[in-house]
Every structure is written in structure tokens, then in C-alpha cells.
Design a protein around this ligand. Structure first.
Ligand code: XLS
Ligand code: CA
Ligand code: CA
Length: 438
């Protein structure tokens, strides 16, 4: 078969002193950290849509990159060429997983029966490639936001026909996810929200979204899908207000509608910052609720108010991410690079540089997070900070055995309490700095 990326060799680990841009400086797949290899800690995935479909078009200009891969766009030959390109790329970079939307894989026809026939055909071909390479599917999803029919959402649409069409797409995307052995199935509710409450029945819309998710769970389980369903929270863009605003909101929604046993969170870094949170905050909220499932590994730009989907370059952020992931005992999902090259970085080499950057940034984050845990000073500080609750009274409160009257009585006898112990933020930040730059 013709090589589609002749300028990209097999990317290997060469260590931090290497000046070869087409090598890993930190990602050493077989290096063992805290009892697991880097490859096991970091199940990386390629996002089909960014790497194989998006070619740089933005609101002000057309494609800069050529992603035809030698075939005419909009044809099944092109769909097949994308499979060839994707598998060659993943193999050369050492990426074990991919994620996809239904419409990333084939050109959509007017008739869903024809689209589904195309999807069957392309996934047969993908299965052959998967068997030949050992590359696996992390998660699948249905694109319920690009087609104009979804202008008012899918689960939250005002049209029962559109709702029905969305159900059909989800059913097929679940079939494909099971066929490809995907570990998870994602719901990202990009258009599940509203522009104005003047035309919106919020309760009605949320109930309909929940009903659609419930049908998806029932159907998924009936065809043997044992993985996790994920909600991927995002506060806005494309809608002004999206229902899955952040992890806390999404978890509340899942609990309200009895979906929390089947769902976890897929946390995207850029969506966290759009919600006014840190990436670490969203991971922590998910983890303490037992719902940290998977990660969309990217980063935003704090000076821009939109979803820039940049490749992770900020080691401080990936360190804090991996600190959360390690403390949570790892992910059931993986790290999907939902990230794209900047528009002027339009060559095939740029695609490789982007993944090398992302993988090295996470590898270094993993190394540093493990060092923070092994160092132990930060965790010890946090434990010590709450030490007053180790008292008899503190234990009573923790067990839920204290009453308001009892505490009020103690306070009466105490006089004014002493100030709580210092938070020592700057000291802790110095420890972080010392470990990061040692
Ligand atoms: C868009 C989302 C989307 C989901 C999958 O902002 O990140 O790409 O990950 O539908
Ligand atoms: Ca995403
Ligand atoms: Ca995004």
C-alpha cells in the first residue's frame, strides 16, 4: 500500500536531550511509573474529525491543509483513504486508540439507509485495519449538531421528527461502537441548550434529553455494550447556554433522571476553562463523584472566549491533570486528543509535531505528578490541614452524629475560636515549582 505520510518516520523515544523534532523527548511507552508503563497510564487516542477531516477552515477563510489523501473528497474512496491515513498515522506515532463521530467516517447521504450502508462498509474496512495493527476504538458518538436539522438541538429539539432522526443516528452509532469494540459512547450536547428562554421550555427539553439517553442505554445494553456512556460537559458554543454546563451540572442531571449508574464524565480541558473552571476542578468534581471516565486532551487560550482545541502544551496543567488521574486510580477511558493544528500549521509534518507535543506534554505531566505523589509533602499538608477533625468531636461530625444544639453548646463554652491554620498556598506552589523544574 502507498505510504501517505512519506515524511513521517516511525516516531521513537530519544530522550530529552534529542534535538530531532520527529522524536519523543518524554513519552517512553515502556517506561514504568508507579507500577504501570506510560502506555498503560496514557491510553492516547486520535480524534478522527480533527486529524483526518478538519483542514483549517474557519469563519473567515477556507481550508489551508490538504486532507484529500489522494482521493476526491466526498466519495467513499476518500473515506477509505482517511482510514488508510489514520491507521498509518496512528501506527507511526504509537497511538493505540481512535475516537469518531458517525459523519467523520463517510459522506452523509440524504437517506439515512444509504448513510448506514456506507458506514457498514467503512467499518468493515476499519475492522481489517484494526486486526492488522492492534489499534482499538476508545469511543464513538453521533454528530447531532452539524446538520441544519439540529439547529434547535437533538434531544432538546422542538421537532418530533428531528428527535426521531437523532434516535436513529444514535442507534447506528452505538451499533458501530459495539462493532468496533469501543470502550465508551459519548454524548456531547453542543446544541442541547438555548439562545433565549422566551422561546424555550427548559424542563420539557431536559426531560426529552434524558428520555433519549435512557433509550440509548437500554438499546446499548441490549446489543451487548458493556462500556460507559459519557456526558462531555461544555458551557457554551455553539449555543449561548448549554445544559451540560460543567461536571457538577451534568452529574446532577444524570442523578435526577436515574442515569448515573450508566454514565461517567468525559472531561475536556478547553470546556473546563470555558466554564470558568480549571481543568483540575472538573476532574476533581468527576472523581469525587465516582464519575471520572475519560479525557479530551487539549487546551484553550485564556485570552480567547471560545473553544480553540489546541494541542496540550502546558506541562503545569497536564501535571495537575495527571495528579488527579493518579489519585483516582486511572481512567476507564483514555486521553483523546480532541485538538487541531493551528490554521497556518498545515503540513503533514505539523500533524506529527502536534501529536508529539501532546504526548510529550502528558508524559512529562505524568512524570511530574508521580514525583509530587512520591514527594508526599503536598498530600501530607492537605491531610494535616483538616487534622482538627480527628478529635472526638470532629469524628462525631464526620459520622453525622452531631447535632446543631450540641455544637452550639460547645461554641457557647469556647468563646471565640482560634483562627484556622494557614492555607500556605505560596509554600505549596513553591513545592510544585521545585518539583516541576528540578
Ligand atoms: C466540541 C466537542 C466535540 C465532542 C464530540 O466542542 O469537543 O468534538 O468531543 O462530539
Ligand atoms: Ca471534545
Ligand atoms: Ca472542544
Amino acid at each position: 500500500m502507498k505510504e501517505l505520510f512519506p515524511n513521517i518516520p516511525q516516531i521513537r523515544y530519544e530522550g530529552k536531550d534529542s534535538k530531532n523534532p520527529l522524536s519523543f523527548k518524554y513519552y517512553d511507552a515502556h517506561r514504568v511509573i508507579l507500577g504501570k508503563t506510560m502506555q498503560e497510564h496514557l491510553p492516547f487516542a486520535m480524534a478522527w474529525w480533527h486529524n483526518l477531516c478538519a483542514a483549517g477552515t474557519d469563519m473567515f477563510g477556507r481550508d489551508t491543509a490538504d486532507k484529500s489523501f489522494g482521493a476526491e473528497k466526498g466519495t467513499m474512496e476518500h473515506a477509505k483513504a482517511k482510514v488508510d491515513a489514520g491507521f498509518e498515522f496512528m501506527q507511526k506515532l504509537g497511538i493505540d486508540y481512535f475516537c469518531f463521530h458517525d459523519v467523520d467516517l463517510v459522506p452523509e447521504a440524504d437517506d439515512i439507509k444509504e448513510t448506514n450502508r456506507r458506514l457498514d462498509q467503512i467499518t468493515d474496512y476499519m475492522l481489517e485495519k484494526m486486526a492488522a495493527t492492534g489499534i482499538k476504538c476508545l469511543w464513538g458518538t453521533a454528530n447531532l449538531f452539524s446538520n441544519p436539522r439540529y439547529m434547535n438541538g437533538a434531544g432538546s429539539t422542538n421537532s418530533v421528527d428531528v428527535y426521531c432522526f437523532a434516535a436513529a443516528q444514535i442507534k447506528k452509532a452505538l451499533d458501530l461502537t459495539v462493532k468496533l469494540g469501543g470502550k465508551g459512547y459519548v454524548f456531547w450536547g453542543g446544541r442541547e441548550g438555548y439562545e433565549t428562554l422566551l422561546n424555550t421550555d427548559m424542563k420539557f427539553e431536559q426531560e426529552n434529553i434524558a428520555a433519549l439517553m435512557k433509550m440509548a442505554v437500554d438499546y446499548g445494553r441490549s446489543i451487548g455494550f458493556t462500556g460507559d456512556f459519557y456526558i462531555e460537559p461544555k458551557p457554551k458554543e455553539p449555543m449561548k447556554h448549554q445544559y451540560d454546563f460543567d461536571a457538577a451540572t451534568a452529574i446532577g442531571f444524570l442523578r435526577q433522571y436515574g442515569l448515573d449508574k450508566d454514565f461517567k464524565m468525559n472531561i475536556e480541558a478547553n470546556h473546563a476553562t470555558l466554564a470558568g473552571h480549571t481543568f483540575q476542578h472538573e476532574l476533581r468534581v468527576s472523581a469525587i463523584n465516582g464519575m471520572l471516565g475519560s479525557i479530551d486532551a487539549n487546551q484553550g487560550d485564556l485570552l480567547l472566549g471560545w473553544d480553540t482545541d489546541e494541542f496540550p502544551a502546558n506541562v503545569y496543567e497536564t501535571t495537575l491533570c495527571m495528579y488527579e488521574v493518579l489519585k483516582a486510580g486511572g481512567l476507564t477511558g483514555g486521553f483523546n486528543f480532541d485538538a487541531k493544528n493551528r490554521r497556518p500549521s498545515y503540513t503533514a509534518e505539523d500533524m506529527a509535531y502536534a501529536y508529539i507535543l501532546g504526548m510529550d506534554t502528558f508524559a512529562l505531566g505524568l512524570i511530574k505528578a508521580a514525583e509530587i505523589l512520591e514527594d508526599g509533602r503536598i498530600d501530607a499538608f492537605v491531610r494535616e490541614r483538616y487534622a482538627s477533625f480527628e478529635s472526638h468531636l470532629g469524628q462525631q461530625i464526620r459520622r453525622g452524629e452531631a447535632t446543631l444544639e450540641q455544637l452550639a453548646q460547645i461554641a457557647d463554652e469556647m468563646g471565640a475560636p482560634a483562627l484556622p491554620a494557614s492555607g500556605r498556598q505560596e509554600y505549596l506552589q513553591s513545592i510544585m515549582g521545585e518539583i516541576m523544574f528540578r
